[in-house]
Structures are given as structure tokens and as C-alpha cells.
Design a protein around this ligand. Structure first.
Ligand SMILES: [Zn+2]
Length: 314
């Protein structure tokens, strides 16, 4: 029944557009256990089940390969790309073994300050809140409750949601203030290291940039935005000893999180591919510095497979 539905929608897309479009889904972390601080992330069990199922019904290839095949007019129907944002270590320890078992390659987008430091600003915030013995935090005239794990997680999520839209400077000052209130702690390495990124790239996966400090470009001055883009690209070019081809915009919604000025910055940096988080499929005429991607949802899995093709054909 599912196969029939997939063939039908794929045929319909072909009739409408006279081309096979493809879809890209994105993940962040893949966790051993559910974590209140990361409610949108997948646990290893459900990730494994999802991917095993998708791999049966889709042609799963990295983004760079799909773009090449599409430009040559030989993209197979039902092409699906998997992408992972930020560069978390669990991508390597948890997700990669699943990808290897299924023999599929994916695309990883790295916020390169995390590679150097071992964590990103959001992780510092999460760990500071998790470890504090303080019961409340006053921040920008708002009181955040911290008396148990549930309160801590919900305070963390609402703080993150406000801090991520600040300028880098305001964000760093806010973080400094919060750690001074709650107590500074040391944070374990949470991101992949240089050798692991090199191994991904040499193993045939795409490695692309995702800014240096995971900064939402639309919230920064043009000068800071361009620095964020260029330094992450330069870092990866040097590390991987090749010119990287892909970039994913943090938060990624066009035109609020990035705009055409940032797309021009990518071109100036020598890249022609930028990934957003706006829903949609990738067609030949899609503007390649603003390629849509969407999150896998947790609907019934057959329905999800059908909606991948529906979204891809929109
Ligand atoms: Zn990200």
C-alpha cells in the first residue's frame, strides 16, 4: 500500500514538474536517552527505526551528490538527503554506526567554534543550569525557576529562545552574567573533534559549514555575519584540505534568520550552496543559496514517507 502511494505521488510530481525533485531532512542530536533539555532530538532507537524504514523506500544520498545528479539531469526518483546540524559528538558515536550499517552517506554542518572549544554557547547555558544549586535566576527582569529538572529544562528552553536572537556581543554578555549568577562550571566535550570530522569527510560524507559560533546571521551586523561565515569556511577548508561546498544557516528561516545579503556573502566566500529550514523540495530552478529542508516529524511512519514526497513536489 505504501509503495503504491509513493509511486503515485512520485508520478504526480513528475507530471507536474517534468523533473524529479528531492527532499532534505535535518537532525541535530541523536541521544542514547530522552533528554528534557533537547525535546526535539531523536533517541537512538527511534532514529535507527526511522532510518532503516526510510532507506527501504528512498534513495538516500548526500546533498552534494543529489545536486550534481540533478544538474546532470539524472537524479533518480525518491531521492532523500539526511543532514545533521551543529557537529555534535553523538552524530559520530550514535548516528554514524546506523548510517554505516545501512551503507548510506549524509551531510554534516559544523559550527566550528564547537570543534575547537568542545561545546557551543547553548551547551554552556544548559550545563550551567543543570549543575546549579540556585533555585531561581533573575534575567532581564524575568524570573526563571530552577528548583527541579523540569523547571530547569523549561527555563533553559525559554532563555535559549531569547538569547539566540541577540547580537553575538549581547549573547556573550548575557551568558557571562548568567554564569556569574549560577556558578561557572567546566563543560565536557560535546562536539566532534578534528579527527572525527576528517574521518567523516574521508568516508564520503559531506562536511559543510554552519558559522563559527552558531550565530543567527540576520541578528548580526553585516561585518559580524560575514566573519561568522568566512571563518567557519576557512577553518573547514584548512582542516579537510579541500574546498568545502555547502553551508547551512543557523536557525535557517528565510528571510528572518538570513537574507539575500547573506546569500551574497556565501558566493563571495566561493560557495554556491546554502541550506535553509523553510519547508519544500529541491528542484532544478530552486535558488541554490536558499535550499529548503524540513524536520522529520513523528507522525505515523508511512504517513511521513508520503509527506516527504508531497513536500518535495510542492
Ligand atoms: Zn544549528
Amino acid at each position: 500500500m505504501l509503495e503504491f502511494g509513493l509511486k503515485f505521488i512520485s508520478g504526480l510530481n513528475w507530471v507536474r514538474h517534468r523533473e524529479h525533485s528531492f527532499a532534505i531532512i535535518y537532525f541535530h542530536r541523536v541521544l542514547r536517552e530522552p533528554n528534557l533539555f533537547c525535546p526535539d532530538d531523536w533517541t537512538l532507537d527511534s532514529f535507527d527505526r526511522l532510518l532503516t524504514f526510510l532507506n527501504k523506500h528512498f534513495n538516500v544520498i548526500p546533498i552534494s551528490t543529489a545536486l550534481k545528479l540533478q544538474s546532470q539531469g539524472c537524479l533518480p526518483p525518491r531521492t532523500l538527503c539526511l543532514s545533521f546540524d551543529d557537529g555534535y559528538l553523538d552524530n559520530y558515536t550514535e548516528a554514524l554506526p546506523v548510517l554505516e550499517r545501512l551503507r548510506v552517506k549524509a551531510s554534516f554542518f559544523i559550527a566550528t567554534d564547537g570543534t575547537e572549544k568542545g561545546y557551543l554557547w547553548g551547551d554552556e547555558l544548559a550545563h550551567t543550569i543543570k549543575k546549579t544549586s540556585k533555585l531561581t535566576l533573575m534575567f532581564k527582569k524575568r524570573k526563571y525557576a530552577l528548583s527541579n529538572d523540569k523547571e530547569k529544562a523549561s527555563s533553559y528552553l525559554s532563555l535559549t529562545n531569547s538569547i539566540k536572537f541577540m547580537t553575538n556581543q549581547e549573547r556573550d554578555e548575557s551568558l557571562k552574567f548568567i554564569t556569574s549568577q549560577l556558578g561557572k562550571i567546566s563543560i565536557p566535550r560535546l562536539m566532534m573533534n578534528k579527527q572525527q570530522l576528517l574521518a567523516l569527510s574521508e568516508g564520503g560524507h559531506d562536511v559543510g559549514a554552519h558559522t563559527a559560533t552558531h550565530s543567527i546571521l540576520g541578528c548580526q551586523s553585516n561585518q559580524v555575519a560575514e566573519q561568522e561565515i568566512n571563518s567557519s569556511i576557512d577553518y573547514l577548508n584548512k582542516l579537510l584540505n579541500k574546498k568545502i561546498e555547502l553551508f547551512a544557516y543557523p536557525n535557517g528561516h528565510f528571510p528572518s534568520d538570513f537574507n539575500q545579503e547573506h546569500e551574497a556573502m556565501l558566493i563571495r566566500a566561493g560557495l554556491s550552496v546554502g541550506l535553509s529550514t523553510n519547508d519544500g523540495g529541491v528542484r532544478i530552478q530552486t535558488r541554490k543559496t536558499c535550499i529548503p529542508r524540513f524536520m522529520p516529524h513523528r507522525k505515523e511512519i508511512n504517513q511521513f514517507c508520503l509527506s516527504i514526497l508531497k513536500i518535495a513536489g510542492e
